[in-house]
Design a protein around this ligand. Structure first.
Ligand SMILES: *[C@@H]1O[C@H](CO)[C@@H](O)[C@H](O)[C@H]1NC(C)=O
Ligand SMILES: *[C@@H]1O[C@H](CO)[C@@H](O)[C@H](O)[C@H]1NC(C)=O
Length: 574
């Protein structure tokens, strides 16, 4: 048996061969703001003093055979290697904003990749329900395997030491049945995909061509806008296939520098039943109108819509048969991609997409959406749901989770009922302990306050800019996803810069106060605009900071167009 508390042993020559670009973090699952404690602290490595980064910690953990997890301490930039995971008895996880916990996937996943040779999970029954025999015992069945740290033959867990093609197996405690497969599913079969997989939360981390996925929280080899903390409701976990952008199915960036992104091969659910679409309406729309199923077929300015099943005048990927849950019938206005409101491709060759704002918002939608200032440490509202929709646990309750933060400890924080609060000033905003036993805490369904959101701005976007810029839009589509042209060799007329004045994207002034640019330039549609400014007068040159012509303007508002357009509008302060 392998003692989980044994001292950390150095593996001699068994570091997995890693490609140059492959991040060692790919072998780990991350839990943010979490510390893993063991009731008997035997064996945890000391917190290493020399500053490090998460990849270096992962590298160190991978060459140690009995390292199963590590903490990364953000304050000290140090790591602590751990010989256990949260699945071991006598451990518990604790919220701590200074730590992230990384645990080896092989120990955490309940599905297998390939033949499951690396499976280190804790299943100990066979597919027919028989109990497994301890690997260290030779009774009732004698056998040739002896447990070692390397082969992972621990306790009586299902393992695949001989690369059986049926996956992990074990000797059984039934004298009449020598061994049996454990029937552990392959990760690609474990969870099926409904609709376009927007809700897929499975553990496949390879693309259909077999390339390994890039972690969503890394920016190499491919730079991308899908930072996990900007899209908490999308669960952009580790390097698992997801569909955050209304593609046809789940996909990921790949670890191959020559291939930016690819779809993942996943099993489609067989069920005939489509998931219930919340807030289906036909004469008005709720929220962003994803559930709008009415028959309006012209844009705000009266231009007839293009049929979804047609590819002229505009070519597009929203083919009705590939988006079976989005009801892309006829040429009706729809919102299949999480845009601001229902929209359509227009029948004018010069205008690719436009919103249908003549459809009114349903009048019962009076909600004044709650928002928070700064980190939300002063938030005193009554939202009590997380971004994933889980109800919050009362601050004064002791279950399902034992709070480390109680109303008595922070009387000034108003830890009332189960309302979202931010007593530890977490930079990701208000949070709560949740009623879901498997989720200790989560961030709340409240957004940072970001100024007014009047529909008139969106109408401006529709009638003024998307209309005038239809042609530009087509050109952007041809340019593909990467937009980083420097002023001078690109058609941009303004330069979008970070706070230090460094150019990172171009844009075009299309109307006084309005600049058009592309979505990829911004990490999300709710980006903190204070970190950006726009410089005018940069046509055909890259102005220096001392340039007298230069005019740097803050951005007041960012409006995302429908995702097919890849466009954003920036409203400038002048
Ligand atoms: C819009 O739909 C109506 C029926 O609902 C139809 O009579 C009309 O021709 C359609 N218009 C366009 C432009 O498709
Ligand atoms: C919370 O953190 C922010 C910086 O992230 C800081 O400006 C603010 O003063 C902090 N608030 C409290 C109450 O500590």
């Amino acid at each position: 048996m392998i003692q989980a508390g044994a001292v950390l042993l150095l593996a001699l020559a068994c570091a997995p061969s890693t490609g140059q670009r492959r991040s060692p973090l790919n072998d780990f699952q991350k839990l943010k703001a979490t510390q893993l404690l063991s009731l008997n602290q035997r064996g945890s490595g000391p917190e290493q003093e020399e500053p490090s980064d998460t990849e270096e910690c992962a590298r160190r953990c991978m060459v140690l055979l009995d390292c199963r997890a590590f903490h990364f301490n953000h304050q000290r930039h140090s790591c602590q290697l751990l010989p256990w995971t949260q699945h071991l008895a006598d451990t518990h996880i604790k919220r701590n904003i200074h730590y992230d916990l990384y645990q080896k996937k092989d120990y955490m996943q309940n599905c297998i990749r390939g033949d499951g040779r690396s499976y280190r999970g804790m299943q100990s029954t066979t597919e027919k329900g028989k109990n497994c025999q301890q690997w260290r015992l030779k009774f009732p069945h004698d056998h040739r395997f002896s447990p070692s740290l390397r082969n992972g033959l621990e306790e009586n867990y299902c393992r695949n030491p001989d690369r059986d093609e049926r996956g992990p197996w074990c000797y059984t405690t039934d004298p009449a049945v020598r061994h049996q497969s454990c029937g552990i599913k392959k990760c690609e079969d474990a969870v099926c995909v409904l609709c376009n997989g927007e809700d897929y939360r499975g553990l496949v981390d390879h693309t259909e061509s077999g390339r390994e996925c890039q972690r969503w929280d890394l920016q190499h080899p491919h730079k991308h806008p899908y930072h996990p903390h900007k899209y908490p409701e999308m669960d952009l976990d580790d390097n698992y296939c997801r569909n955050p952008d209304s593609s046809v199915g789940p996909w990921c960036y790949t670890t191959d520098p020559a291939r930016e992104r690819e779809y993942c091969h996943l099993r489609k659910c067989k069920t005939e039943k489509r998931p219930h679409v919340a807030d289906t309406t036909s004469s008005c729309f709720k929220h962003k109108g994803e559930g709008y199923r009415g028959k309006v077929n012209v844009t705000t300015s009266g231009i007839p819509c293009q049929r979804w099943d047609a590819q002229t005048p505009h070519r597009h990927h929203f083919r009705p048969e590939e988006y079976e849950c989005k009801d892309l019938r006829e040429n009706y206005c729809r919102n299949p991609d999480g845009s601001e409101a229902p929209w359509c491709f227009t029948s004018l060759p010069s205008m690719r997409v436009a919103f249908c704002f003549q459809i009114k918002r349903c009048t019962d939608e009076v909600e004044v959406e709650d928002c928070y200032q700064a980190n939300g440490e002063m938030y005193k509202g009554k939202i009590s749901k997380t971004r994933k929709g889980i109800t919050c646990q009362k601050w004064s309750a002791g279950s399902p989770h034992t709070p480390q933060i109680s109303p008595a400890m922070f009387p000034a924080m108003h830890l009332e009922e189960n309302y979202c609060r931010n007593p530890d000033n977490d930079s990701h905003g208000p949070w709560c302990y949740t009623m879901d036993p498997s989720t200790q805490f989560d961030y709340c369904a409240i957004k940072p306050c970001a100024g007014d959101k009047t529909p008139s701005v969106l109408e401006t976007a529709d009638t003024v800019v998307f209309a005038e810029c239809g042609k530009r839009d087509e050109r952007l589509q041809l340019k593909g996803r990467i937009v980083g042209g420097r002023p001078g060799n690109s058609p941009w007329t303004v330069s979008i810069r970070n706070r230090k004045g460094v150019h990172f994207c171009g844009g075009s002034l299309v109307k006084e106060q309005w600049v058009i640019s592309t979505r990829q330039c911004f990490s999300s549609c709710d980006t903190d605009l204070s970190s950006y400014e726009v410089q005018l007068g940069t046509l055909f040159k890259d102005p220096s900071l001392s340039d007298p012509d230069k005019q740097a303007l803050p951005i007041l508002k960012l409006v995302c167009g429908p995702s097919v357009s890849d466009l954003v509008l920036l409203k400038l302060a002048r």
